[in-house]
Design a protein around this ligand. Sequence first.
Ligand code: ZN
Ligand code: ZN
Length: 543
Amino acid sequence: MAMATSTLQLTHLSSPNIATPHEVPFPPLFLLPRCSSLRETKQIQAAIIKSQLQHDISVLTKLINSCTANPSSSMDHAQHLFDRITQPDIVLFNTMARGYARSHYPVRAVDLFARGLNLGLHPDDYTFPSLLKACANAKAIGEGYTRNSRPNEALALFRKLQASNLKPTYVTMLSVLSSCVMLGALELGKWIHEYIRKNGFNEYVKVNTALIDMYAKCGSLDDAVSVFEDMQYRDTQAWSAMVVTYAIHGRGSKAISIFEEMKRAGVQPDEITFLGILYACSHTGLVDEGCKYFRSMVDHYGIVPSIKHYGCMVDLLGRAGRLDEAFRFIEDLPINPTAILWRTLLSACSSHDDVELAKHVMERIFELDDSHGGDYVILSNMFARAGRWEDVNNLRKMMKDRGVVKIPGCSSIEVDNVVHEFFSADGTHSESRGLHRILDDLIKELKLVGYVPDTSLVVHADMREEEKEATLRYHSEKLAIAFGLINTPPGTTIRVVKNLRICGDCHSAAKLISMIFGRPIILRDLQRFHHFKDGKCSCGDYW
Ligand code: ZN
Ligand code: ZN
């Protein structure tokens, strides 16, 4: 084992009374990766001090690794050890970044890396994956609520990595693009696209396919189409990505025409292509076409339908109001239906106000999973619309007894590389108060052009009409759109992401806002994209 280098200092571990390395047995380093607790780690640390190996970077790396590898151990302790090292090497930085990436504070990995760059650190191939994972996890756990600046940091990070000696490969590009999707960071994605072009990575079919996917999921249909059109060679995945892109953007007939073109080009569709085409049909009301494609998938292509294909079929029939047919379809499946499948039908029952069937469907869902707050909310809203307040109360009580909680609606908007998040009626964002006033005025203007708040969506028997209107007015989607209106240049597109389905009232309001202010609005909800322009939505109100 090499002894300490002069650059390393772990002064807090030093003790005047420790024995020399020759007098004590070598610390059981092989035990380090197996330490199951912080206490064990500290015991090993004491042994290291006794052996005077506290300045040996490889020993310290192992010790820190032991802290970070163990979910029950402490990143604080790892940081404590790390902070004592004046010139940590890239291996140590990677170890810490990996630890933070899977901790509750993933963004600290990025902060740490920025510090490393200031120290003249050169990242290696292991640096990238940890940092990207950290960025993605930071987004996933919703770390920073009102001002999440992760995309900004991810972009800065990539720029710095680019300036370093690290030579990214096309595989690196794939992971960067998938991070952009997870972050929903379109601007970062565009920047990465430019980098890909300059460095010739766009010769790879997989990279182009990932670009299509990134643009599609970050809300830029035009850019996705342009990448696809520029491709010299397209395989099944590339064609499928384009079918899916048109599908999630509500361009059902375009999805079908690209699918037909794919077949003419002699490219074999696979199960993903069919998922895209079925999704497209269900979201544009092309029921007969959807049924035809489903049969052809099984009969002509020999593809065994998965639960997702069945889900698309239930959605297709359900959305079109063929609820009994959808119910029989699930009952007759050759495989056991999942709660998600029944949930799809529950949504359709809600759209078509079939309370009795919804009750049957809910029984089926409860047999499989009774912990999903959204199900109770859907049925409760249906009971409320029908004025069945006793049923509403029973359902609420059931929710409470079972400890089921409702997921709050949250909408986010990226402005100048900063993501701002809004919760319904929430006052946590620094500009909330101003936004509420702006929405009050905005709603008055919308009423002049025919907006009528859909108060039937507010499930409170004892609320007065004005109170119900106020509840709708500060929905998270409206707050995010209002924020976009005042913080982005006139005429530019407002892009909003919502964690649940957009509500009917916000959908009506968004259509009118797009018309009055001449602002296209692209809203991604849990299910699809809505493109609002000149008072209309791309979904044709079929959602
Ligand atoms: Zn709403
Ligand atoms: Zn829509």
